[in-house]
Design a protein around this ligand. Sequence first.
Ligand code: ZN
Length: 494
Amino acid sequence: MSDDDQTLGITESKEYATGDWYAEVCQKAGLTNYGPEGMSGFIVARPRSYGLWERVQGELDARFKDTGVQNAYFPLFIPESYLEREKDIVEGFDPEVAWVTHGGHEELEERLAVRPTSESIIAPYMSQWIRSHRDLPLRVNQWASVVRWEATETKPFFRTKEFLWQEGHTAHETDEDAWEETLTRLDQYEEVYEDVLAIPVMRGQKPDHDKFPGADTTTTVEALMPDGKSVQGATSHHLGQSFAEAFDITYSDEDEEERVAHTTSWGFSWRSLGALIMTHSDEQGLVLPPTLAPEQVVIVPIWQSETKEEVIDYAEEVAGELEDAGVRVELDDRDERNPGFKFNEWELKGVPVRFEIGPHEVEDGEITAVHRPDGEEVTLDRENVAESVRDELDTVYAKLFADAEENIEANVRDADDRAGILGTLGQHGGYVKAPWCGDEACEEEISEQMAAEIVMVPFPDDEEKHHDDVLAGDADCAVCGDDADETAYFAKSY
Ligand SMILES: [Zn+2]
């Protein structure tokens, strides 16, 4: 697609053709290309989307480093014998692993897995590095890509065979320490979703049958998309001692007794960009929160030949002032494009605030500011624009967050029986919370009828998220009628 095709704008409906609309936004806003023919499932992250990833990365990385995590890097390949040491990992990832069998013209003695996740290559080194309780806690993180060969239709950022992520791996003396670590990372994921991506999330844990292979507990943050489907935003796993036992991660305690460590792992991927695009964007194109936008403000000067000089001078001064104040600003003074074209183009690209500066603004010492999400116009005083622009950016962020929050608040519904779960999901989507016995078969009964699953089970102490009957202690499973002491959140999901 050439740049000129952008003049066509978005043609698909977000509401009625969400998938097509999403693909169109990714393409026309210059975010992604599909991989080469014969490589379905791979995408190219163009500079505009990679820049978003870099900002998200920066936010997470700073939080990790503030809390005792160091970055490292481990090989892309994992020997098959390593992968086999933790049996749940082998079973869990087996159908999705890509294998290297040859190096050059020679067949390898042992197949190498392209990492689907790195526990099996990191744990052996943790085992070497940890000797005594003084070496704990040990916390390493790597920024990398992993490959999971899923035979599904490509959806940029949501579903790709190779994806970018970070994976953190830690080891601790006690079970409690490992659990605390698991929740610290979940908190940080929640914070980045809410304070950087402007997306409120639900915290909870995965049902036992959907845990990370080998984990004691998998915790998750889930985000609800405007089409009623849930996105697993990031996961943090309490691995217990299964990996430590399989890979000999042991330490000597204060009494020189040999002990097995407790480990965690946690990951946040570029799927977050999918959630970002899907949540905020609209039929004019991409919408970005000011926290992530490459350009927070675009200035579009509007002039006739006799006013050109004064308008451009004024616009340049404003741009300079914003830049000095640390605002990411772009002055679009291209001669060959008219203001209407520029408005459309920057809307398509998602710039949060547009400044319009014409002869009237120059004369009155003002600036017209337009908010990208809803087109609201605000007149700003030229004098203290470097300060007031901060308020405008904050307001845009607040609008995006409020819209997303409204969506999630309006779309959690109760159900007490199978018909209620299916009917509510079919009619509204969103989350349906129902008492559940804990048996996977009851989830299967629902997913056989409809592409929906249990995406989350609230934490035991998170009372407001539980179904009333479960809280009251006399609940029956909505599917089979047996005693239920858990609340399941059913949803369709990405
Ligand atoms: Zn049941």
